[in-house]
Design a protein around this ligand. Sequence first.
Ligand code: SF4
Length: 84
Amino acid sequence: MLHAIDTWHDKAACKGPESYLFYPPSTPERRDERDERERRAKSICAECRVRRACLDHALRIREQHGIWGGLTETERRPLLDAAS
Ligand code: SF4
């Protein structure tokens, strides 16, 4: 009998209708709109049980966009620089 591979992606709290919060929209976004979008995304990350694995993955692949593990790309940059 085959079993599905259980990965951290399967447990991501950001799956579903609010996944759009984790990336900038395709249309221009005001600073206050971005701040609110990021605040809402981070509040989901704060409750996510795979946050560490998500952040580790983003750092490992040097993800350039979006909120991963509760950090924006700008917030992840110092971690990447420190690891270089
Ligand atoms: S930590 Fe945030 S971005 Fe990562 S899987 Fe969880 S909810 Fe999604």
